[in-house]
Design a protein around this ligand. Structure first.
Ligand SMILES: NC(=O)c1ccc[n+]([C@@H]2O[C@H](COP(=O)([O-])OP(=O)(O)OC[C@H]3O[C@@H](n4cnc5c(N)ncnc54)[C@H](OP(=O)(O)O)[C@@H]3O)[C@@H](O)[C@H]2O)c1
Length: 277
C-alpha cells in the first residue's frame, strides 16, 4: 500500500459536506479490485466516519486518513506536511468548502461556539454587512485558494510529464458566481465570493498550464442539492431539481474521470455543461 506507483490517492477537503461524503462513497464503489486507494479527508471536524467503510467488500484495499484543520494558513501548511507521507499518485482532489447562511449548526466546529454575525443571503443592498462579507469571502474564496496554493507543493512532487497520469481538481463553486449570467441579483456576498473563487481558479490555471500541465481545474456547480447549505431555500425548487448528494457526487466523479487537462480551467455544471464565466 505504501508503493506510490500502485496507490491512487483522492484528497477531499471540507469532508463534512454531504456532497464530499457521497463522493468518497462513489470513489470506493468505483475502485478497481486490484487498485489500492488512499483517501485523505480534511475537515474542521476532528473525525469522520465513512458509512461505506463498514462494507468490507468495497473497502478492501482502501486506506482512509482523516486530518482536522481550522483552515488558517499555518494549519493548512501543517496538513500538507502530514499528507506528504500518505499520498501515492494523486488522481482527484475536491475542495468543497462553502457557506451561504448560518442557520444550521454546521457553522460550528466540534469544540467552538461562534459569536460571528448571523449569515443570511442579502436581499437588498442595505443588508450588506462587513462581518458577513468577511465570513463569506474567507470560507468561499480564501480557504479554497489557500488549499490550492498549498497543494501545489504536493502536486509538483508528482510526475508531470506529458504521459504522466492526470490529476483533476474540482472546487465547488456555484452558477450564481457567473458574472455574465447575473440576471437575478441579490445574494451579494455569496455570489461575489464564488465569482472571486472562479477568478482565482482561472488565474491558477494560467500558471498550471506552465508548471503543472497534467492538472485539470474545474469550478463545479452541483445544482441545488439537498444539504444543510440549501435547506432554507428548498421550498421553491421545482420538482425533480433538488438533487441528492449521491446523484451529484456520481455526476462529478464521472466528469472528473473523463475530462482531460487542456491548460485551462473549466466552469461546469452537474451535467458537465459549460457555464459562462
Ligand atoms: N447544496 C447546494 O445546493 C449547492 C449549490 C451550489 C453550490 N454548492 C456548493 O457546494 C459546496 C458543498 O456544499 P454542500 O451543499 O455539501 O454543503 P454542506 O453539506 O453544508 O457543506 C459545507 C461545506 O463547507 C465547509 N464549511 C462550513 N463552514 C465553513 C467555514 N466557516 N470555513 C470553511 N469551510 C466551511 C464544510 O467543511 P468542514 O468539513 O470543515 O465542515 C463543508 O465542506 C459548497 O462550496 C457550496 O457553496 C452547493
Amino acid at each position: 500500500m505504501s508503493d506510490s506507483t500502485t496507490t491512487e490517492t483522492i484528497i477531499v477537503i471540507g469532508a463534512s459536506s454531504l456532497i464530499a461524503q457521497a463522493f468518497i462513497s462513489q470513489a470506493i464503489a468505483e475502485k478497481e479490485p486490484d487498485l489500492a486507494l488512499t483517501i485523505i479527508s480534511v475537515s474542521r471536524q476532528s473525525s469522520l466516519t465513512l458509512p461505506v467503510m463498514t462494507r468490507p467488500a468495497l473497502a478492501n484495499n482502501v486506506t482512509h486518513h482523516h486530518i482536522s484543520c481550522d483552515y488558517q494558513q499555518a494549519s493548512i501548511s501543517r496538513c500538507i506536511a502530514d499528507m506528504s507521507s500518505m499520498v501515492g499518485t494523486i488522481k482527484k482532489i475536491i475542495i468543497c468548502n462553502g457557506i451561504l447562511h448560518s442557520k444550521t449548526t454546521n457553522e460550528r466546529t466540534d469544540n467552538e461556539t461562534t459569536d460571528k454575525t448571523h449569515l443570511m443571503p442579502e436581499k437588498r443592498i442595505e443588508d450588506i454587512n462587513s462581518d458577513a462579507l468577511q465570513q463569506l469571502f474567507y470560507a468561499n474564496s480564501i480557504v479554497p485558494m489557500l488549499w490550492l496554493s498549498a497543494l501545489t507543493e504536493l502536486l509538483l512532487q508528482q510526475p508531470h510529464k506529458i504521459d504522466s497520469p492526470k490529476c483533476v481538481i474540482s472546487l465547488l463553486s456555484a452558477r450564481v458566481g457567473s458574472i455574465s449570467d447575473n440576471r437575478l441579483g441579490g445574494w451579494y456576498g455569496y455570489r461575489a465570493s464564488k465569482a472571486a473563487l472562479n477568478m482565482l481558479i482561472k488565474t491558477t490555471a494560467v500558471e498550471y498550464a506552465r508548471r503543472l500541465k497534467r492538472v485539470k481545474l474545474i469550478a463545479f456547480h452541483p445544482g441545488t442539492t439537498d444539504t444543510p447549505l440549501s435547506k432554507p431555500f428548498q421550498a421553491n425548487v421545482p420538482a425533480g431539481k433538488l438533487f441528492t448528494p449521491e446523484f451529484v457526487a456520481s455526476q462529478l466523479f464521472n466528469i472528473m474521470a473523463n475530462i482531460e487537462p487542456n491548460g485551462q480551467a473549466s466552469y461546469l455544471d452537474w451535467q458537465g455543461k459549460e457555464i459562462s464565466w
